[in-house]
Design a protein around this ligand. Structure first.
Ligand code: F6R
Length: 592
């Protein structure tokens, strides 16, 4: 979603550096961008709707600015327009601001601001922040910022410029913000991926804190205006791992990295004991497990719940984070809550984690971004080791989530009477992309159909859900995923001779039931593509069989999604859409 860059330097000509780094945030999703540069008392603001490249074209002036803020906006309050694009200036033109997050009480604040005779020009919640800054009295800008942030309800990461000052003012609540410094510059960013080239370390601004950033120093304050000390973190290999290399799109690159990611997880979990805190005492205190996430991560939660229930014999259930938060969940110290997230910043997942912690649950984070808020707040972190994921469509992170959750389930099973010892090394010899070229004719079938369905039973139903999400999010094809057994309870009425049904079948024991679902579809004229690793398929009702590498039933859930990831990617290219940046979606959903 929205991205922030703030930059202050001893040297002039900062716009190039700012735009270069703003582009590194493009992957998060945005619909407009803007920059505000400051030199002494002069602000220069440029904005553009659409690609950052359009903003860049507007920067055709002699750049002798030494300080600036910039933003990529993903519209929440107010439509996509120049007027609503950040940065926003205060009416007296003394303050400029960029903001990520949502100010929930902005209508109330707008009324207050208007009652003081100030006009707001945009439809955004953000503009209220600079308007309030300008209304504060006194000379101490940190005090003013504290006053203003104490009035804000909701989430924010903000970066401000003040006329006449060579400084950046920043603050955050529930929305990440980082600061890096070298000998002649400081950069503020909503994502440390921007620090890799110029900085060795960076600071994470703590929640509910503020800072004044100059070229010489970073002063951080808590909400009681006490100066606080923040430990620096190293800029690691994760932040530097976003190169596209030989690939045309990140989606293609990230799908192709799945075997490497699986290998890395297996090696990493052998070397590092990530389960150290999850010992026998920990296990004996768990009465139930709740797995919480959104989108693809939610599907991983559904699968993880099956692994934990089957292998560790503890009642486990997957929840959509935005539902979980408002479901009055029954949680106590005997509940293990597992938060699954690629970005580690998804607002609903993060807020669910805070809720669970406050209710006394044990918390585990299964996350990819090592410095993320969810990773920082959970009791135990199980890293996904997937490297940076840039494409909005999550692929390699999903396979990684399943493997890490399976490792956790088999670890928990050690404390039961029937420990499950899996030979994970089998995964190293799998041909993950076996017969992947056979997906081209299936793409034709998808493009010829009017309706697409994904069905399966047990773990295969979860794969059906994830397969449907992959296809719809980057091809905009409307599709339905349901358990096979539910077909005749309603959805079968949709099936006709323009329908294509993907049936996922990896469990021998459920094969007969799947075959009878196939007959029901065939009888209504639907075409069936069976995706399986089984050999025993003998049914005249199946139109096309896609067989992926034979792997033991235990691991098939980790592999069976790959053909669907490839199918979505190939179909998207055939339709001429962008596989990396689907419309209306953002990589990191940092607002509720
Ligand atoms: C789908 C997708 C989204 C994310 C969801 C959660 O391909 O990417 O559904 O899975 O927004 O994001 P994280 O995993 O970052 O919490």
């Amino acid at each position: 979603m929205c991205g922030i860059i703030g930059y202050i330097s001893q040297e002039k000509g900062v716009s190039k550096k700012i735009i270069h780094n703003l582009k590194k945030l493009e992957y998060r999703g945005y619909d407009s961008s803007g920059i505000c540069l400051l030199k002494g008392n002069t602000f220069l603001v440029k904005k553009s709707v659409g690609e950052i490249a359009k903003l860049e074209q507007k920067l055709n002036f002699v750049d002798d600015f030494d300080c600036g803020i910039a933003h990529t906006r993903w519209a929440t309050h107010g439509k996509v327009s120049l007027k609503n694009t950040h940065p926003h200036l205060s009416q007296d033109k003394c303050w400029a601001v960029v903001h990520n997050g949502i100010i929930e009480n902005f209508l109330e604040l707008s009324k207050l601001i208007k009652s003081k005779g100030v006009t707001l020009k945009s439809e955004t919640d953000t503009e209220t922040i600079v308007a309030l800054m300008a209304l504060q009295n006194g000379d101490d800008n940190i005090k003013k910022l504290n006053e203003v942030t104490s009035m804000l309800v909701g989430s924010y990461a903000i970066c401000l410029l003040h006329k006449g000052e060579h400084a950046l003012y920043v603050a955050r609540r529930h929305s990440p913000l980082y600061i890096a410094k070298n000998d002649n510059s400081c950069m503020v960013s909503s994502d440390p991926v921007t620090f890799g080239e110029d900085y060795g370390t960076y600071y994470t601004l703590p929640d509910d804190c503020m800072a004044k950033v100059t070229v010489d120093k970073i002063d951080v304050y808590d909400k009681n205006l006490n100066k606080i000390c923040v430990k620096p973190s190293e800029v690691g290999s994760f932040e530097k791992s976003a190169e596209l290399g030989k690939y045309s799109f990140y989606a293609e690159k990230e799908i192709s990295e799945i075997p490497k990611v699986i290998d890395t997880i297996l090696s990493n979990y052998k070397i590092v004991d990530h389960f150290k805190k999850i010992n026998k005492t920990f296990y004996s205190q768990i009465k139930k497990v709740k797995l919480i996430g959104c989108g693809t991560a939610y599907h991983a939660c559904l699968m993880g719940a099956k692994y934990i229930q089957n292998y560790a014999h503890i009642e486990a259930q997957g929840y959509i984070a935005s539902e979980f938060r408002y479901s009055k969940p029954l949680i106590d110290k005997n509940t293990l809550c597992i938060f699954v997230s690629q970005s580690g910043e998804t607002a609903d997942t993060l807020l669910s984690l805070e809720l669970a912690k406050n209710m006394g649950a044990k918390t585990v984070a299964v996350v990819n971004v090592p410095y993320s808020s969810i990773a920082q707040k959970a009791d135990v972190v199980l890293p996904l080791c997937a490297g940076m994921e840039v494409a909005v469509m999550s692929t390699k992170a999903y396979n990684a989530m399943l493997l890490v959750l399976m490792l956790l389930a088999s670890h928990l099973s050690k404390f039961t009477e029937s420990p499950q010892q899996f030979d994970y090394d089998v995964l190293k010899s799998v041909d993950f992309f076996k017969d992947v070229q056979k997906i081209d004719p299936i793409t034709d079938l998808v493009l010829k159909s009017e309706k697409v369905f994904f069905i399966g039973r047990g773990e295969d139903y979860v794969t059906a859900l994830e397969a449907g999400l992959k296809l719809k999010e980057i091809t905009y094809i409307n599709c339905v995923s349901i358990p096979s057994g539910e077909l005749k309870h309603g959805t079968l009425s949709l099936v006709d001779n323009k329908s294509l049904v993907f049936m996922i079948a990896t469990d021998k024991n459920l094969l007969a039931k799947n075959i009878s679902s196939a007959s029901e579809i065939k009888a209504r004229g639907g075409k069936i593509v069976l995706v399986t690793n089984l050999d025993e398929i003998q049914s005249g009702d199946i139109d096309y069989v896609y067989q992926f590498d034979k792997i033991t039933q235990k691991f098939s859930s980790i592999i069976s999604i790959i053909p669907f990831q490839v199918l979505a990617y190939k179909t998207c290219l055939r339709l001429g859409y962008s596989p990396d940046k689907p419309r209306n979606l953002a990589k990191s959903v940092t607002v509720e």
